[in-house]
Every structure is written in structure tokens, then in C-alpha cells.
Design a protein around this ligand. Sequence first.
Ligand code: MIG
Length: 859
Amino acid sequence: MFSAMIINGLFNQTIAQNVKSQIINGNQIEVTTPEFQLIIQAISLNQNAQVDMLEFTYLPSKNKTSWHHSYTVSSDQRAELLKNKLPAIQVKKGGNTPTTELYFLDKYIIELETNPFHLAVREIDFKNSTKDLNNQYANSSVILRDNISLPWVNEDHKISKNFEIQEDYFIGLGEKTGPVNKKGNAYTMWNSDVPAYGLDQDPLYVSIPFYIGGNNAFNYGVYVDHSSKSYFNFGAACDYSSISVEDDHLRYYVILGHSISDISSKYRALTGYTPLPPKWSLGFHQSRWSYKTQDEVLTLAAEFKKKNMPIDAIHLDIHYMDACKVFTFNQNAFPNPKLMIESLKKNGVNIITILDPGIKVEKGYPAYENALKQDLYLKYPNGKNYEAGVWPGLCNFPDFTNPKARNWWSNSVKFYTDLGISGLWNDMNEPAAWGKEVPSYIRFNREGHLSNLTQNRNIYGMQMARATREGAEKLLNKRVFTLTRAGFAGIQKYAAVWTGDNVATDDHMMLSFKMLANMSLCGVDFVGADVGGFMNPATPELFTRWMSIAAFTPFYRAHKMIDMPTSEPWCYGDINTEINRYYMQLRYRLMPYIYSAMQQNESPVLKSMAYYSNLSPFNYSQAFSDKFESQFVLGNGLLIAPVRSTAKSTEVFLPTLPSSNHWYSIYSDQKLSSNKTHFVNAGMVQLPIYVHAGAILPEIVPQKIENTQSKSDTINFHIYYNNVGLYEGYLYEDDGISLNHKDIPKGQIRIFGNAKDQDITFKIEKSNGFEFPYKTIQFVVHGLPESKASNIDDSPKPHIFEVKNEVFVANSAKVTETNIPHFAIKQDLYKIERVTKTEQPIYKFCVSMPSETFHFKIK
Ligand code: MIG
């Protein structure tokens, strides 16, 4: 712990300290004061010799025994990063006081006032500066400056760091309620089981100590690399921002980059990417607490077929177990789980079972005895195993921070994989137990660094998910689906995350989408909320609205609390059933788009409007307005504007993108300009969804959509006409299940388009060696200016197109279908609300396979 002197320092007002020495050592600056040592380490994420982040480590001088152990940035990974080359640090006296040292690192300056200690990070404006360091300093501005400059331990044993506030916004922190812009608020990181959480309750189940601060001139990210209980204050009841951790030292990374997208992509590179999930897990999941018998489950799956509604997974909640004991099946309720699972799988339905961490204390129960024998449970300081009540009764808890316990759990998962299960759901892993909180003095192994609940609570769930994931993946040697409620920074590597026990209200629904985009900003892309709301019954309108919006979120599962009325997608009346079916099917039609979005790593799969704020002054002025906080973009092309269940219209904000100046309604192809907000229809059958000009959406059209295996002979690339130039589309495919190694067959199609004057040229890059399963690839061009459309192609390219009855026809191939594909909702549904469809011509041309380039002209 920090020395008493610092604690006293806080009270006697003389916390300011003079720097005793500063030493440069490669890409490291070591600063020593009487009370602490600070090590600043410059880091590049790759070989481009640019400073991507600065790592700050504060160590109390009097306590050299401090260690830093991170589950997010492993010491091996860090050692690799430190091998990346950086330009030498250049040192200069200068700045505002005669005792200021300036350290020039690439585009940044660290400004150290030595007497007393005070630190600032500045960004150099290279556009306006020369090579001269004085000039660079003059053309630099502060991005992060100390407020009260010292870290100290206060009476709560927190070590804190305070910064001046220049920011207009603070975004991030993962699974948090409240507004997207967290300025003026304070948050705690402490994984908690919070059923029916309030709309601004904090903390929840997951802790991700990463945020981005900025204004329209700069951005930076801060990742606090501690799983200890921690606190973030963005100016709540004070005029500074602060980070505090309950630990004996402090390490955080300042992530540098000019834009939000730049910083979030560097954070991803640091903490790991969401692996590509098995394709089936991107289909629809049906859950409730609980489907209790084998018959009930089989009937449920059959019902989806009968109702012509797609489904890929059914979740079995705690009732499948024998008296809630993990690694068991209740033999009375499920007489033949293996057969049930096999027969469901044949029909494309995967079973996912829940696993809680609590192991019932019961003589003769193999899991209990086994872990007891190997001494794998959490302990009191006196060595006795920690015991608390959960569903099975009194339980012990495996210490997932002990590699031996993880290994045991990984092997135990064989119980499930032997039954044919490849989907595992980790619940209650905050960990949750009845009654009071887990006592703070419970001991965790932490890879041999014995420590207590304060340091380890936030990491427990992630280590459980890791053991589950690694075990199942190894046993099955294919991609598995894992889902977790609790997690920490980096959880994306091990499991999808759902937002726990929400409530069936409009407020909760609207909240969920900003939470999901916020988690995606923090690297966790495979996210979802309980569709329809977990607690309480949903109104038909709420359920259906939630089904339609959530069709565009990565994890798509309807779930319901025990003792609630049935809540499957056909339980809310005929019209709602139709609408639910339409949006479920639309998701499956767009599965190539969703799967491709999940395959890329560069950017969040879900983006809130804040993500676009720096692209234009208009975006900036709208992005943090509470009117548009729930809006999100899925992938790079589709914007969804969530609306409350009973809304008939809404205002949407269509952000300006660099490559286009308008968006299209996906239903009617109606053009809406960006750089504007619009009042639009938003009745139940027509969720406002837009696609930006220049986007290219791949769509499949199976005859019958039953699950993600349903075959489509045709793939459509919907190309949205862009009058200002660029187009871009991406399709990634593989077998959907093999571990994503280098050597599995996979195919990619990238389409780049460029419109110049009256010419549009598309270049198609297709990877070799993968057989796409389509007989026909169609390019469907939306939004071509009607009267001008024509086809004159005099380029010597392999495909020449003619116009016949408003249809572009490749003269080397026949148009076989007479119906023109589009996303319009079935006419009978329109009648319900009398939405009028603006008729825009849709041009279609078919080729057997895309070749390198095609080209057409507009008169
Ligand atoms: O104490 O397993 O969030 O999804 O249905 C409640 C029963 C335990 C909490 C989970 C919820 C699940 C429920 N679980």
C-alpha cells in the first residue's frame, strides 16, 4: 500500500512534490519524486514507427514490491509490442516555466513540470509547424493535463489521477446505462448482479475501464488496465475528470489518434478482437426461464417450422439440470438429451445450455468432489472453502483465476460437448450469490499472485468464460458459441455478452441499443439484449418493435423471466406475428452482410452516432442529442433508427459521411439527404432503416428461410447509386463452423465503384480457391436517376449490358427472374398502415459470376 506520508499529504495540503530525477531509457521516461516513481512508455502497435499510445505506470517508491498483472494485455503481448520501433525521444527545456522539460515523441509532446510535478500530453499540429522543436511546441495543444498532479491513496485505499476537463464529451465504459455522453457523470467498475436494473443504475454486470474523451479539435482514449474496483468521474460534483483504482499502483494507457474511429481501432488492437462466431449463432435464438422438458423443446422447434419462422438456437435455462447442478441433465424431464440434441441439429436448431459457477456442496456429486479433491475453490483467508447460497443451495465456487481450476472446468465441459452441444451460456458469474455481497477478504489465486475480491471480482466472469470457451473449442475442434453476463476488457475474445435482466418497457428497449453500441465501441462486438424485455410481460407492440430493431443487433435472442406468459414470436397476435416474421426473415436475407461485418476487425460492428461526430460540424451538433442517442449503424452501410413501440413517426438524423451525401430508405429507395434531420414514418411495419449512397448490401433469397443453412441459388448485391463517386461492398464467406485458421477455405468479394461524370465503373476483387454456392449473382442498382438511365458501354470489358424494359441485361446471360428483388414489405402488410411506396425504378442485371470490371454510363 501507499505510504502513510501520502495519506497525510492529502490532508496537510502539501501534496505537491518536486521531481528528483528523470531518465530516458529507449522509449521510456522514468520520473522519480520522493513519494513515487512514474514510468512513461511509448508504444507502437505495428511497424510504422508511430506512437500509438503512452503507457503510464505510477509506483510508490517506498513499495517496490508492486506488481502488475493484467488479464487483458498479457506480459507476453506487451513484450511483443515493446519490440516495435519508435523514433528516439527528443528532449528540450521549455514550456511555461523554467523548470519544464519537454519530451518530443513523434506527433506528441510530454510536458513535465518538475517543480512541482505536473504533467501534460500535447499534440503537435504538423500542418503548421516546421522541424524546429520550439516551433512545434508553439504549434501544439494540450490533449490531457493533470489537474491535481499527484496520485495518492485516500482513506478508501484508492489511487487516483485527476485531469483538467477540456472535453465536450466522454464516451465508452462499455455496459453502462445513462446518456451516450457521460460528461458530468461518475461510474464505478464492480461487476454486479442487478435484476431489473434502473435506467441509470450503475454498476452493472460488465466492467470495461476504457473511454474516449474529446471535443471537435481532438480525441484521446484512456484504458485503465486494472481489474480492481475502479471509479471514473467525468466532472460529477467536481470540475475535473478522474480515474481511481483500489490497488497499490496505477497503470493506464493513453491511446492517441485523431478520430474516434482511430482510437477505438487501436483499443481493439490492444485488447483483442471478437473472433468470428459460428454462423448459426448469428441466427435467431429462442429462450425462456425455462423450457422445462424434452417434449416442450421439441414442440417449440417444430412450432417455428410450422409458423415459417427461422430459428438457429434454443436455450435451456436452469431447469434442464438435476437440481440446478451444473454438468448434469435432469433425467426425468430430459430422458434422452443426446437424441433430442441430434434430432434438433438435423433441423438446424442448436441447443445452448446455461452454466452457473456455483457448485453444489453435496457428497457424491462428481463435479463437487472432483474440484474439492484438487483444491480449486475460492477460499477464506484461513483456507476454508468459501460457501454461499445460489440456485442449487449451498455452493462452493471454482477459482477461475487459478489456471488449474480453469483447466478442470475446460475438461468438465466435455459433459456437454459429448451430448453434441456447442453453445454454452455463462450466467451468475459476477459472481452472484444470495444475500450480501461476496466478502471482500475472499482469496483468489490470480495466476499465483494471491489477492482478494477487490482486485479480482471484475475478472472472475471473464475467466469463467475463457475456461468455458477454450474447453469447448478444444474438445470440438470447431467454432463454439459462448455467452456471458459478466466480463471485463477483452471479454470479446471469449464470449458474446448480453445485457442481463432488463425490463419489458420502451425505456429499456431504447436504452439497450445505446448500451450495445457502447459495448461495441469498447471492442465487444457480439452483443445483444433480451428481446421483448426479461422481466414482466411485454405488450404486443413492444415485443414486435423490439423484434424488428434487434434483428439488426449481432446477438438476436428473445428471452423471458420465469412465471411469465408464453412469449414466442407468434404469441402476440396475427399481425404482429407477420411483422415479426418479416424482420426475422430480413435478418436472414441480410446474413451475408451481418456475417461479413462480424468478420472484419477494424471498426465496431455497431456504431452510435457519436462515432460519426467528427466527420462534419452538422454531425457534431446532432451526435449527442438525446433524440438520436439510440440510433445505430450496423456494419458500414445500414442505419437503424429505433422508435418506441407506439410511435407512428419519428425524427431521424442522417449523418454526413465522407463518401456520400444522401441515404436511401431500404423499403422504397426514397432518397433523403444527409446533413439533415428528417421526420419520417415509423409505423409498426416500417422500422426506419436507411442505407447510404455508395453502400453495397449482399442479400440471399432462399426459397424457404428456416435457419442459417437454408440455401440460396442467388446472391444479390444491392448497389445504392451514389452521385458523388465512391462505392464499396464486402462479402466474406466460409463454411461457417471450422475454426478460422489460415487454411480453411474462405472467399471474399470486394466491390469498389467509382462514378465519374456519367460513368460508373465497378471493380470486383474475388479471392481464388473458394466456391461460392450461388448459381446467379445479381447486381441490383437502386436509385439510378430515372429518365437518364441508359446503357452505353463501349469499354472493352468482358461484360456489356443492354437496357431492356428498364432492366440492364448482360447480353451474355439471361434474366431468369421476372420479379425484381428489393426489400419492400409485402403489400398486405402495407395495407395495415397504408404506407405508400414511392416507385423508383430498380435496374437489374445478371451475370453468371462477377468478373473484374463492369461499367455503365448514364446519359
Ligand atoms: O437468478 O437462470 O440473467 O437470464 O434466466 C436469476 C435464471 C438467474 C439470471 C439471468 C437470466 C436467467 C436467470 N438467471
